[in-house]
Design a binder for this molecule. Structure first.
Ligand code: FAD
Ligand code: SF4
Ligand code: SF4
Ligand code: SF4
Length: 383
């Protein structure tokens, strides 16, 4: 019987699934069990589309289809929270099992505070996250740094600080530090991210700390809630999942890797924010001057509620029939979202003019956090 606080190695008992999965298939096995036993009506996860640069969010209701979601896609920069809010009625009418990275989870929690999502209807299976790479940058990086045609790459992974690709004719790894020094590697918001082990999820799963004969064949699961303990216990009882206590040395290693990643995130924050500190307004003014007012940054932001696209004729930020918008748009937007920006990077990722929007709102939020109470979700989050 699993309990909150347990630290376990877990893997699927289905050898077919184990083949397709990233590290033993515990995540997919848990979700499949939740769907088969009707604990949830649908599972929200990610599947590979055309190639490894094409990560697609899916809502699956047939357990037999879940295998196609197994595996980790690092060149997918989706936010599942907005997918659930916009396309699944915020889980208000159905129960969902959802795979979440730290930013997906923070997005859901912020949306729940705004009554856009009902967390009572969601079981969250968290995955540790070292970061993700913009698909366009990944293609350029693979060509420039690896000397490989990106279309021939069929697998990628981030392991022991390296971004590793498998392609027709070989495999190659380059250190993420080296890639980032040259402007490639993880998205800039991911470098600053401190949500490494998503302990606000019901279960937090990852490969850090899996050692010995289970390395690569099992996932390290931290049980973070009663709901998570219940799902795990039931999946083990139904023989869909096998578990054993995590190796004490593995627990120590996982702690050290997490600590090193948090330090790296703090280093990037210092690097990015220091550059802005003395000239914040001037920099924002200059960078946002090229905005073409497409409003994609407010459409996709999980914490922004004041869009003009929700059936309202008027909002503080966007007025119908007024293009280009009021030049106060950016200031209003920052004032509106910067106290709760989760640094998911969606605004920046989708901005056609490549304005570093997440950098600005994240910098403002962190500065506000240092000055005011309450901090972003202080009761539940540590970052
Ligand atoms: P599987 O059974 O293979 O299931 C994996 C699940 O992840 C599937 O449901 C799939 O839909 C979902 N998924 C795939 N890509 C994405 C995505 N881009 N966004 C959201 N969900 C996705 N673990 C660590 O310990 N350290 C890390 O640094 C680390 N970084 C990661 C970065 C990313 C972008 C992702 C997606 C995962 C990362 N993980 C990390 C977790 C690890 O890769 C495995 O997902 C985890 O160990 C579970 O393995 P599994 O075999 O049980 O999962
Ligand atoms: Fe992972 Fe954080 Fe980047 Fe989200 S913002 S993909 S949790 S590193
Ligand atoms: Fe994410 Fe940008 Fe919104 Fe912040 S402002 S929560 S980075 S979309
Ligand atoms: Fe302007 Fe970029 Fe926002 Fe579009 S996404 S409104 S171009 S800042």
């Amino acid at each position: 019987m699993a309990a909150k606080g347990d630290l376990l190695y877990a893997w699927t008992t289905d050898s077919g699934l184990a083949e397709k999965a990233e590290c033993g298939g515990a995540v997919t096995a848990l979700l499949r069990h939740a769907l088969e036993t009707k604990m949830v009506d649908a599972v929200v996860a990610v599947t590979k589309g055309y190639d490894i640069y094409d990560a697609i969010p899916v809502a699956i209701t047939d357990p037999k289809e879940l295998d196609k979601t197994a595996g980790s896609l690092h060149c997918g920069t989706l936010l599942l929270a907005t997918f659930i809010k916009n396309y699944l009625d915020g889980a208000k009418k159905m129960k969902l099992g959802v795979v979440v990275k730290g930013c997906d989870l923070m997005g859901l929690l912020e949306e729940a505070k705004r009554n856009d999502v009902d967390m009572k209807n969601i079981i969250t299976i968290g995955v540790n996250c070292g970061g993700s790479v913009n698909p366009g940058v990944a293609r350029k990086m693979i060509k420039a740094k690896y000397g490989v045609d990106p279309d021939t790459v069929h697998k990628e992974e981030i392991d022991k600080g390296q971004f590793i690709i498998e392609y027709e004719g070989g495999h190659k790894g380059i250190s993420v530090d080296e890639l980032e020094e040259e402007g490639f590697g993880r998205r800039t918001n991911c470098r600053r991210c401190l949500y490494k082990v998503p302990r606000q999820a019901d279960l937090a799963c990852g490969n850090w700390g899996v050692i010995g004969d289970k390395a690569g064949k099992a996932t390290f699961v931290e049980v973070c809630s009663e709901k998570g303990a219940d799902l795990l216990t039931k999946a083990v009882a139904a023989k869909k999942l096998a578990v054993e206590a995590a190796n004490p040395k593995g627990i120590e290693i996982r702690g050290k890797v997490e600590g090193a990643m948090l330090k790296l995130g703090a280093k990037w924050r210092k690097h990015d924010f220091t550059g802005l500190r003395d000239n914040l307004w001037e920099t924002i003014n200059k960078e946002t001057s090229r905005c073409v007012k497409c409003y994609s940054c407010i459409e996709k932001c999980p914490v922004c509620t004041a869009t003009a696209f929700k059936g309202r004729d008027e909002s503080l930020m966007v007025r119908r029939g007024k293009l280009p918008s009021d030049p106060m748009f950016h200031l209003r937007r920052f004032a509106h979202i910067s106290d709760s920006c989760i640094n998911c990077g969606q605004c920046e990722e989708l901005c056609p003019m490549e304005i570093p929007l997440a950098l600005f709102s994240h910098a403002i939020r962190v500065e506000a956090d240092n000055a005011f109470e309450p901090k972003l979700g202080k009761s539940v989050y540590t970052n």
